[in-house]
Design a protein around this ligand. Sequence first.
Ligand SMILES: N[C@@H](CCC(=O)N[C@@H](CS)C(=O)NCC(=O)O)C(=O)O
Length: 204
Amino acid sequence: MLKIWGRVNSVNVKKALWCLEELGLEYERVDAGMQYGVVNSPEYRKMNPNGLVPTIDEDGFVLWESHSIIRYFSAKYGKGVLWPIDERTRAVANQWMDWAFSFQLNFRNLFWGLVRTPPEKRDLNSIEEARKKCAEMLGILDAALADRHYLSGAFSMGDIPMGCHTQLWMRLPIERPRHPNLEAWFERLCARPAYKKIVDIALS
Ligand SMILES: N[C@@H](CCC(=O)N[C@@H](CS)C(=O)NCC(=O)O)C(=O)O
């Protein structure tokens, strides 16, 4: 049985879970990270020496790094769907997956500042700086979506990481510039049952 460790409110865990759900795979999820602990136990560190989530164990095959997990399962079970067959299309999907980590570097200050920091401890300047930088970066995504419904044409693994970050961006109580193509893409993602179940949950 496929096992995955990670709390449901982790954006990187959501990426892996959304992928598994899109592929219709059965799995057992174990709460781990933050208030659940687990990640510092010797057993967990043996699997994932980073002490981070997510980690998967598929019949003894252990893998961590959310985007590597997405790529592995997409290649194994989603050829022609999550895993584009055409090399160039797949390269574009990979490009957006890698870019999501650059976005995440900026987005982290915004999300942690507003959601996981008590109001009296918030650094409002750093939150505003992160909001502006994220808005600017999302302008790049918006432009890329001007001539396509999904980041690499048809829906693929390339949509998963930024799809998860975009949900957080859209649900935060912040000022957002209009990004019509991004908003339309987000609506398309929201129409997917797996996205609704795993990704579009309350912020915490
Ligand atoms: N690049 C890694 C980053 C993993 C990561 O930073 N995970 C965070 C949650 S989003 C974590 O484990 N934080 C510590 C915790 O939850 O205890 C990945 O994408 O899997």
